[in-house]
Design a protein around this ligand. Sequence first.
Ligand code: MG
Length: 254
Amino acid sequence: MIELKTPAEIEAMRPAGAFVAGVLEALRAAAAVGVNLLDLDALAHQMIREASAESCYIDYHPSFGASPFGKVLCTSVNDAVLHGLPHDYRLKDGDLLSVDFAASINGWVADSALSVVVGRAREGDERLIEATERALDRAIETAVVGNKLGDISAAIGAVAAGYGYRVNTDFGGHGVGRTMHGEPHVPNNGRAGRGLPLRAGLVIAIEPWFITGTDEIYTDPDGWTLRSADGSRGAHSEHTLAITSDGPIVLTAR
Ligand code: MG
């Protein structure tokens, strides 16, 4: 079922959005050569405690997961693109790091992600990140009352195609509310003018992620981390936004 939020409920979601935005800014600032992924997870966990927020990840145990996630952050490095399980790894010069973070405050969830190059960028990495950010921007512009869900998906797919990237539609955006993953699914490619009519009160996470060389992924032996089939690199950008009669409100704006 798709739940529409009242204007008061959307207002009540703002603290979670601002908190998630602040954690991602702190992680962006902290990500540097030599920093361990476990330290980044610990930083986010500390911020959760200080804000009396709740992690959406630590107890997350979907049917495809081998066990509860156990961390508060997804850290996906280089050929890892989504759901990266933080592990004992020190970031190296030129690593492409994607961090995905979701937490709730007062029972309302926000979910957001960004990608960053640590140290000196390798050829193509900044372009890849730019593509996901531009796709997210275009998708947000499209998230207005009167459009269809397919318009958002088509906007993302068009940006990917413009950069020459293929799109995997198995994992994409989703409804956000009192839980992290609700309906509707928001695919990262689709047909304009099709699908669910966008109405005021719809709160969704939009999350374009692209890989340079392929649209195929596989699950790492850790049971969580999704990696590109050909070893090429991935990037990921995500915001949670509310569709309103006055236009989209990006709850996780940084
Ligand atoms: Mg996310």
